[in-house]
Design a protein around this ligand. Structure first.
Ligand code: NAD
Length: 399
């Protein structure tokens, strides 16, 4: 299907929180056509069908992957179903865009990659924030040496993730729950993207501090790249500090609303409240989810949730609201970027379209997703063993 007029038919499995933000992107992009959706929850499926009556809907993944109008299957079911749903879609000879993390073990990821190769179709991972224009521009700077060599990336994020309404899966470590597996795929993918991908070794840990929420709620890691660049990454979801305070310059935290996620959970009327509130974040529900909620800060997207400073020989660069601010050898200057209303999701689906329609290399493919997955596993191992872990499945960026 290599024509400039190609329109890619999209089928979605899983109409939850992840899909909610992706569906409008597919719907608006002229290179794609929403063709079908599948979900085991008929009420949510009904809401989708009301909004997109021209699509076909299915109550199981098997029906969706068999749909003839579907060329690309976007898999946004809970992580524990990813290998099964990917196998079904790939064996049906559909391209696959899979939510992050692609799965939770190396063998599962390798199986997905082999299945895609065997069937002659593409497998991409939806690490959408790594396609954000500011992240891609930082990668370009590192690759082209615009400010000399990349030396260091430091990223911090503190927020209320652990106490916002969570699904049982999000609170179960074995199936990809907790902050490392739910938020780490973005944080470490962005860092790998800017630095070119090749992590040599790391030291890190992910820990559970609150016995009432038995899943890791914070992590910290130090990454050493093959070319000598370094990165540190810190993340806490314990709803104390909100690191948007450090990027929303001039905006003070709303003290009256401090720790509102923790308070809401504590004051929940019954045991079902959390499950219902988490369900309300699925397609067509009323409750806002994601990285923009809470504490009176403006919503500026995932990557502005905390400070990231990228250091080169000739300057430090930080993300600003509309682009990048460079603190160079001689002066401070702005690099404006991005089109209003466009974010990394647009970049992810555009780059996927280029691969399907024009045979361009697919960035963030299965092997890239496996390499980020290896980083997460290595942080767990490093924390358990309290030692440096060397990595063996890293892959470079498609530049
Ligand atoms: N919540 C987010 O904002 C977000 C963002 C990015 C990525 N992700 C990733 O996306 C995946 C899904 O997370 P989520 O938070 O959207 O989950 P969710 O629980 O909100 O939604 C999952 C949806 O899949 C449906 N489903 C469950 N089992 C199914 C099956 N066997 N067949 C068909 N449909 C089924 C559920 O009914 C639900 O509507 C995870 O891998 C997660 O890491 C989530």
């Amino acid at each position: 299907m290599a024509s400039k007029d190609t329109v890619v038919g999209v089928g979605i499995i899983g109409l939850g929180g992840a899909s909610g933000a992706m569906i409008p992107k597919f719907a608006k992009n002229p290179h794609y056509k929403l063709a079908a959706a599948g979900d085991i929850d008929e009420e949510i499926l009904g809401r989708f069908h009301k909004d997109y009556p021209e699509t076909e809907v299915f109550t199981d993944a098997a029906g969706l992957v068999a749909c003839k109008d579907v060329d690309l299957v976007y898999i946004a079911t809970p992580t524990k179903f990813h290998t099964e749903h990917a196998r079904m879609a790939l064996d049906a000879k559909k391209h696959v865009l899979i939510e992050k993390p692609m799965t939770v073990d190396i063998a599962g990821a390798q199986e997905m990659i082999a299945t895609a190769e065997r069937n002659g179709v593409l497998l991409g991972v939806n690490v959408k924030h790594s396609f954000e224009p500011r992240v891609l521009r930082l990668r370009q700077m590192a690759r082209d040496g615009e400010l000399g060599r990349l030396r260091m990336i430091n990223h911090w994020r503190f927020q209320d993730w652990l106490y916002r309404p969570r699904t049982p899966e999000e609170l179960t470590p074995e199936v990809g729950g907790g902050i490392l597996w739910r938020q780490g795929p973005h944080q470490f993918d962005i860092i790998r993207t800017i630095a070119g991908g090749m992590v040599r070794s790391l030291r890190g840990t992910a820990d559970t501090w609150d016995p009432a929420r038995r899943v890791p709620g914070a992590h910290a890691a130090f990454l050493d790249f093959e070319d000598g660049a370094l990165a540190t990454a810190v993340y806490s979801g314990y709803d104390h500090f909100d690191s948007r305070e450090l990027v929303s310059l001039g905006v003070s935290p709303d003290r009256a609303n401090h720790a509102s996620a923790r308070r809401e959970l504590r004051e929940a009327p019954n045991a079902e409240w959390e499950a219902n509130a988490a369900r309300d974040e699925r397609y067509g529900g009323g409750r806002p989810g994601g990285s923009g909620s809470g504490a009176g800060f403006p919503s500026m997207g995932w990557i502005m949730g905390g400070p990231m400073i990228v250091s080169f020989d000739q300057g430090d660069v930080r993300l600003s609201e509309d682009g990048l601010t460079v603190y160079g050898d001689e002066k401070i200057y702005e690099i404006p970027l991005g089109e209003k209303g466009k974010d990394g999701r647009d970049g992810r689906i555009e780059s996927y379209y280029e691969a399907i329609a024009h045979d361009r290399p697919l960035p963030a493919d299965g092997s890239w997703g496996l390499a980020t997955l290896e980083v997460l596993l290595a942080i767990e191992e490093s924390g358990r063993e309290r030692k440096e872990i060397f990595l063996h499945h890293q892959t470079p960026t498609v530049d």
